[in-house]
Write a protein that binds this ligand. Structure first.
Ligand code: GLN
Length: 295
């Protein structure tokens, strides 16, 4: 590990050292990541880092910058260090208690909007809300919707609630602690939901050790889909059915190669009709939409 250059430290030197540190460590987007981490540590902009390269850096800022850079080199995800991730055009707080929202998950929000957006006052549930990204993005996009968001992790829900507050939707999103749909019991929602949406953990347990080191820093409970990666789909299909309105839709994110199995499971479980499989930007079948076939 290179040591910190001695005084006087400036924006320019720190920017150069940060870039060198990350690129020597083999970080793919070293230049961009170094800039973002320095912007965060020094509370400045990329433009000022460049044009004010002679500006002195206080010891406190320098230590903070160095600590973020070295944590990144040690494998912490960039988003945990920055503390935020954008999703559906909104900024979400993230940290080690929650999965970092992924761009492909935005497809789920688009599907639910299409399905439920036409209704006057749709009721929607996001199961395994994590950072709350899906639930909060839906509430923002559908001003008449009421959203129920569950998670079994109290730590994740604390983050999700802050995200609800950040985007001003706390009156329309109820964050509930518990396993999958269990927290919805007793709320009188049976047969009422226009859509149940979920991005459940779907990585087969044996694949977890081989994941990218950054992904291994994300909560195991947010990733581990059991022996075949499909454990949560089985439960979601069974447990969501009583809550769906006649013709209501289940919108599920799936892992690569899982769409066919999930469609087959839905068919076998009975009570669902397939309304579509959507592909993501990498042309991977990513979203399965199933309709409650009771009308
Ligand atoms: N719903 C959250 C997301 O899509 C968390 C999902 C999870 O933890 N598996 O990002």
């Amino acid at each position: 590990m290179p040591t910190l250059t001695q005084e006087p430290m400036t924006y320019g030197i720190l920017a150069w050292e940060g870039l060198a540190l990350l690129s020597n460590a083999g970080i793919a987007n070293a230049a961009q990541e170094a800039r973002w981490l320095l912007e965060r540590a020094l509370q400045t902009t990329g433009l000022r880092l460049r044009v004010e390269s002679d500006r002195p850096v206080s010891e406190e800022h320098r230590n903070l910058a160095w600590s973020l850079l070295t944590r990144r080199v040690a494998g912490e995800p960039l988003q945990y260090l920055l503390g935020t991730q954008e999703f559906c055009g909104l900024e979400f707080e993230v940290g080690p208690a929650v999965l970092i929202p992924r761009p492909e998950t935005e497809l789920l929000v688009g599907e639910v909007r299409e399905i439920a957006g036409r209704e006057a006052a749709p009721l929607v549930a996001d199961i395994g809300t994590g950072s709350g990204c899906i639930a909060v993005a839906l509430a923002c996009a559908m001003p008449n919707a009421q959203v129920y968001a569950t998670d079994r992790s109290a730590e994740a829900l604390a983050v999700a609630r802050r995200n609800g507050g950040r985007h001003g939707v706390m009156e329309r999103v109820r964050f509930l602690e518990g396993d999958l749909l269990a927290p919805l019991a007793g709320l009188g929602l049976e047969g009422q939901l226009a859509a149940v949406v979920s991005n459940p953990p779907y990585i087969p347990a044996d694949d977890l050790p081989g994941l990218q080191r950054e992904v291994r820093r994300e909560p195991r409970a947010a990733l581990d889909g059991g022996p075949d990666g499909l454990a949560f789909y089985r439960r979601l299909l069974r447990e969501a059915k009583p809550y769906l309105a006649p013709g209501g839709t289940m919108v599920l994110e799936v892992g690569q190669g899982q769409a066919e199995s999930v469609c087959r499971m839905a068919e076998e479980s009975g009570g669902y009709g397939l309304c579509g499989v959507r592909r993501d930007g990498a042309d991977i079948e990513r979203v399965v939409c199933l309709q409650n076939d009771e009308c």
